[in-house]
Design a protein around this ligand. Structure first.
Ligand code: HEM
Length: 409
């Protein structure tokens, strides 16, 4: 899969002209980051509205923790902010007047909206969702086991997170592929304004109806819980509820699907690691962290509110920074042999889930989904391999992961 627009000239120097939608970056960002870390650890481009790209662990984590200089409230998309023209299809829908809190907000909005999300993602709640997730994974494997082949991305990884989050939010499972389409439009095709608009409009129209229905007839799902919650003695504003529900859909689907998919691709191509996971039950906790580190899918952005001089880079108000958590996870200053997947790696302070106040609120859920997906697959299909490496496709941009992994077993 390629996103290189035929009108976009090829990249000649990644330090001054990078393009995260370029086919070469999607196929192998690792060697590009290695090169940049050596000669220009914070790269710059004028493409896609202009941005800076840090590649070292220390820089990415320092920026993530410095919310005064690197706030989230001015925008978190790797794409430039939409024009304020009402006719522009990329314009911000008024229903999202509060953005997507907590991820797109700074304190104080960030603080109390994050507090509202966390209980839903607590270890105890996630343990409850595990029952549903495990039976879902078994159901999916049942559908293709006898065929002796499947697409480990499309038939498996892609099907899991959307159904789990639909279950949590209380939306019907038969909407799953529609939600997946909308979320891909928002994240994977963020550089195609019509698709980005279609995705966000679809999500918001759906949620508008869902919120109306829960207001009339409350149930015990997360949407109803939010509608009944209060902040400072007042009911939470509807635009905040809308933004939070939209965020859970957007944050919970492509990300986890990509992590499960990359891990499936790794296991299909590394028989020794596959055999170890099948044979050594104690390996699971470190193995999950290592797969998250090595194939971290998410790059978020920040947009500066004032000029900042960072590591000699003259960053200006309005500039965007791509928070390159995946590159930080491959920094040899932080990780020994960063390009090797070492399933029993001892020291692994990876930042696949970010760092600082915006650290992923769904990390317990994501870890559970990844572990259960791999456990259930390996329990029934311990031996499998790629049908043909040339048939594997990857998506990139804000979330990187495989979109097709045909395997046989
Ligand atoms: C492997 C899967 C996932 C990865 C790699 C991931 C990664 C991230 C990252 C890097 C951030 C920080 C963003 C920033 O600094 O701007 C983040 C934030 C967030 N994630 Fe995840 N995420 C995953 C799954 C999920 C799931 C399943 C959910 C819930 C359904 C979720 C909900 C959130 C929320 C609500 C935030 C915002 C937290 C805040 O701003 O305080 N994520 N995630």
């Amino acid at each position: 899969m390629t996103y290189t627009d035929s009108s976009t000239p090829p990249v000649t120097d990644w330090a001054t002209d990078y393009d995260i939608f370029d086919a070469a970056y999607i196929a192998d960002p690792f060697s590009i980051w290695d090169d940049l870390r050596e000669r220009c650890p914070i790269a710059h481009t004028d493409r896609w509205g202009g941005s800076w790209l840090p590649t070292r662990y220390v820089d990415v984590t320092e920026m993530a923790r410095n919310i005064d200089d690197f706030p989230s409230g001015n925008g978190i998309s790797v794409m430039p902010p939409p024009a304020q023209d009402a006719n522009n299809v990329a314009g911000q829908p008024p229903l999202l007047a509060s953005g997507l809190p907590p991820i797109s907000s700074d304190p104080p909005l960030h603080t109390w909206t994050r507090r509202l999300v966390l209980p839903t993602m607590s270890p105890a709640r996630v343990a409850e969702y595990e029952v549903f997730t495990r039976s879902l994974c078994r159901r999916l494997v049942d559908e293709f086991l006898v065929r002796g082949e499947a697409d480990a991305a499309e038939d498996y990884a892609q099907q899991i997170p959307v159904r789990v989050i639909a279950h949590i939010l209380g939306v019907p499972e038969d909407m799953s592929s529609t939600f997946t389409g909308w979320v891909r439009d928002v994240l994977e095709f963020a550089h195609v304004p019509e698709r980005r608009f279609r995705g966000i409009t679809g999500i918001l129209e759906y949620l508008t109806e869902a919120l109306d229905a829960r207001t009339a007839n409350p149930t015990d799902d997360f949407i109803s819980e939010l509608l009944q919650s209060e902040h400072d003695g007042q009911p939470v504003d509807r635009s905040v509820v809308m933004g939070m529900c939209a965020l859970l859909l957007i944050a919970g689907i492509d990300t986890t699907w990509s992590s499960i998919g990359s891990s499936m691709w790794h296991l299909a191509t590394h028989p020794d690691d596959r055999a170890r996971l099948v044979a050594e039950a104690d390996l699971w906790p470190t193995a999950i962290e290592e797969l998250l580190r090595a194939y971290a899918p998410v790059t978020m952005a920040r947009r500066l509110g004032h000029d900042v001089e960072f590591q000699g880079c003259p960053m200006k108000a309005g500039d965007r920074i791509l928070m390159n958590f995946p590159a930080a996870n491959r920094d040899p200053e932080q990780f020994e042999h960063p390009d090797q997947v070492i399933l029993d790696r001892e020291h692994n302070r990876h930042v696949a889930f970010g760092a600082g106040i915006h650290r992923c609120a769904g990390s317990n859920l994501a870890r559970m989904e990844l572990r259960v997906a791999l456990e259930e697959w390996l329990a029934r299909i311990p031996e499998f391999e790629l049908v043909d490496p040339a048939l594997v496709t990857w998506a990139g941009g804000q979330v990187r992961g495989p979109r097709n992994i045909p395997v046989r077993f």
